[in-house]
Design a protein around this ligand. Structure first.
Ligand code: NAD
Length: 512
């Protein structure tokens, strides 16, 4: 890899280890993993590149309807045995997968950083969180089928849950390892089998996940991975009649396409889609903590994060001073090689995404906003997809930079006068994923959280996740919820059983 980057012993050491780990992907095409076996695929390939300098990391098999069919058949054949395995056996196996992820967390983080451009300081935590996702659902595997007892006067009703069958999981390129575990672990805990189609811009760690799962003892066919282009492999998965449900994470327009593609086979769908999340800072807030959270929630993970707080609403009165302090922080963000542990912002995933993000710089000026910081590609690292972390000020709420998901380290700031104005501006977008509120006023907190259109609201906090809580969005941000027991509602059918006590009068017809 050419290195225009300032060197450090830690970066050198990470580069050496990453280089060794990536050798296998450079040496051999990355194939699919179907029915417990690596499969080369039908011959079509695409090249996978690193956003650090856009050089190839290897070639990847481009799955077609053929491989999707093989994977769906394998998942279908494996389903009865996996469904019927005892809950404690499923629990123990998922814990073994979590152990193996923990043992390889550093490798996973290094590969993910090179494949996606996201800084190692965040990817290390994401890999560990992948293990936590498996542990969390491992511990719930035994109770996943439990239901309710609903007694009536002359009948006893009770409910139980059973896994829905083979499911498709389609994941995006931002934090791909963690997000894949977030979808796959509960499916396996519920007793479903899975066909996973990872994003074509970040295929590598999906391969590690399926290999780790099999090394830990997962039976063949329970988790199958088919690489490929969304409109081909992903589409075939959403149309396959043996696949009962699709758990999808990605852009809202793809969600619409998947809904249409799955209509004829009546697919159940669960969508986690885009966001344009507001962070609302009132004058009475703890402004030091608010500033830290504002910077973290848009510039960490390169801003390529569904819950990023990409719109900042600051109350009149504190607006100018808060934005001045913000400018100073944004200017000092450390951009560089994602394997450098000191780096805070790495390159964007792909040249196409870089073009999309840069397109907003021109639109910001045309829309009357001021580019207070950044607004250009990074002058030091021309080979890769680096931009200068960017701050737009004085944006009008109806313009593209305040309405559309940019999905980069780019923050759009606006001001508001009072609660009503803040609600109008916060809710005035197509999305409704997350919102962040900063105030010390308890009554205002309750009033605002009642009115905000967002599936998740954090008060005086950045995005802090507690795994039992519901995760998901309203409006164009999604359908359904992840987290806790909510996930089992999607991956399982609920059955009601009604048993008579033999005391009620059964209606009689045809006796007269
Ligand atoms: P994308 O929609 O382009 O792709 C996501 C996945 O869908 C990829 O695997 C892709 O190959 C596949 N795909 C594309 N077209 C398809 C089709 N017609 N049929 C089936 N599959 C298809 O999204 P992306 O650019 O990879 O991801 C970024 C988006 O994901 C952002 O909008 C972000 O907000 C969103 N996201 C949301 C959440 C959440 O929890 N709400 C979390 C992470 C990312």
């Amino acid at each position: 890899m050419p290195q225009p980057f300032p060197s450090s012993p830690a970066l050198q050491s990470n580069l050496e280890v990453a280089g060794r780990l990536l050798e296998r992907f450079r040496a051999h095409p990355l194939g699919h993993y179907i029915n417990g076996q690596a499969q080369p695929g039908s011959g079509e390939h695409f090249t996978n590149t690193t956003p650090i300098d856009n050089t190839p990391l290897g070639v990847v098999s481009a799955g077609t309807a053929l491989e999707i069919d093989q994977a769906a058949l394998a998942a279908d054949a494996a389903f009865p045995a996996w469904r019927d395995i005892a809950g404690d056996a499923r629990r123990d196996l998922l814990h073994r997968i979590a152990d193996a992820i923990e043992a390889r967390a550093h490798d996973i983080a290094l590969i993910e950083s090179v494949d996606t451009g996201q800084a190692l300081r965040f990817m290390s935590k994401a890999a560990v969180r992948g293990a936590e996702n498996f542990r969390f659902y491992a511990d719930r595997a035994m109770g996943a089928r439990d239901g309710l007892s609903l007694p009536a006067e002359e009948h006893l009703n009770f409910t139980l849950r059973q896994p829905i069958g083979p499911v498709g999981v389609i994941t995006p390129w931002n934090t791909p390892f963690m997000l894949s575990t977030w979808k796959i672990a509960p499916a396996l805990a519920a007793g479903c089998t899975v066909v996973h189609k990872p994003a074509e811009w970040s295929p590598l760690t999906a391969q590690l996940l399926v290999e780790i799962a099999h090394e830990a003892g997962l039976p063949p066919g329970v988790l199958n991975t088919v690489h490929g282009i969304g409109e081909v492999a992903g589409k075939a998965l959403t149309e396959h009649p043996l696949i009962k449900a699709i758990a999808f994470v990605g852009v809202s327009a793809t969600g619409s396409a998947i809904m249409a593609q799955g209509a004829s086979t009546l697919k159940c769908v669960h969508f986690e889609l885009g966001g344009k999340n507001p962070v609302i800072v009132f004058a009475d807030a703890d402004l030091d903590r608010a500033l830290d959270a504002v910077v973290f929630m848009i510039y960490s993970l390169n801003g390529e994060r569904c819950t990023s707080s990409s719109r900042l609403l600051v109350q009149d009165g504190i607006h100018d001073e808060f934005v001045e302090r913000l400018k100073a922080r944004v200017t000092k963000l450390k951009v560089g090689h994602p394997l450098d542990p000191a780096v805070e912002v790495g390159p964007l995933i792909h040249p196409r995404h870089l073009d999309k993000v840069c397109g907003f710089f021109e639109r910001a000026s045309q829309g009357g906003a001021h580019i207070a910081v950044g607004g250009t590609r990074h002058p030091s690292f021309n080979e890769g997809n680096f931009i200068v972390p960017t701050l737009f000020t004085g944006a009008s709420p109806d313009k593209a930079i305040a309405q559309q998901e940019i999905f980069g380290p780019v923050l759009t700031t606006m001001h508001f006068s009072d609660e009503a104005d803040a609600i109008t501006k916060a809710n005035g977008v197509a999305y409704g994923l997350a919102a962040y509120l900063w105030t010390k006023d308890v009554g205002r907190t309750v009033r605002m959280t009642r009115k905000l259109d967002a599936g998740m609201i954090w008060v005086n906090s950045e995005n802090n996740r507690h795994l039992p809580t519901p995760f998901g969005g309203m409006k164009a941000s999604g359908i359904g919820r992840d987290g806790g027991d909510y996930r089992f509602d999607f991956y399982m059918e609920t059955k009601n059983v009604c048993i008579a006590l033999d005391t009620h009068a059964v209606p009689t017809l045809g006796k007269a």
